[in-house]
Ligand binder design. Structure first.
Ligand SMILES: [Zn+2]
Length: 158
């Protein structure tokens, strides 16, 4: 396991599931936005991205157009948020990054992968690339009730 954790709320999880179902049997992809505090990332929003890979390979590959990424990143950062990770789906494959994913990942982001079978979302897991890029390590994923992540932060600071 990686030392970090990622926190998603139920609404965000539902949005990832419905995106993954709607693009089945092709991979979906998108950005997860939110905050990084120490070793914990809290996802507060998603931004769907187009799978820009060539159509015949989209059942097992995704790529995000660099211009679309830059445009989204500027907009997200102008709102005071940041990109904490990227989610994508694996139609008929486990919720585990492929070697292709590993070759195209950045060590600072979280990579959430959702397995989809017959258009139904199954397992979901989050992964972080080791600094030396040698492998992906799974990180803890916590699912909290919708909109409760802000509440719990407030309660802790009281
Ligand atoms: Zn993948």
């Amino acid at each position: 396991m990686h030392r970090t954790q990622i926190v998603l709320n139920q609404q965000t999880l539902k949005e990832i599931h419905s995106h993954a179902s709607s693009t089945y049997p092709e991979e979906c992809c998108g950005l997860m936005t939110g905050r990084i505090e120490g070793e914990s990332k809290t996802v507060s929003g998603l931004r769907r991205m187009k799978n820009a890979f060539e159509p015949s390979e989209r059942y097992h590959r995704y790529t995000i157009d660099p211009m679309e990424y830059m445009y989204a990143e500027n907009e997200i950062e102008s709102k005071g948020d940041e990109i904490v990770g990227i989610y994508h789906s694996h139609p008929n494959a486990p919720a585990k990054p492929s070697l292709f994913d590993q070759d195209h990942a950045w060590p600072t982001l979280s990579y959430v992968v959702v397995e989809v079978r017959d258009a139904k979302p199954m397992n979901i897991a989050s992964w972080v690339l080791k600094e030396d890029r040698s492998e992906f390590l799974q990180e803890e994923m916590r699912i909290v009730a919708a909109n409760s992540s802000n509440d719990s932060v407030e309660r802790i600071s009281e």
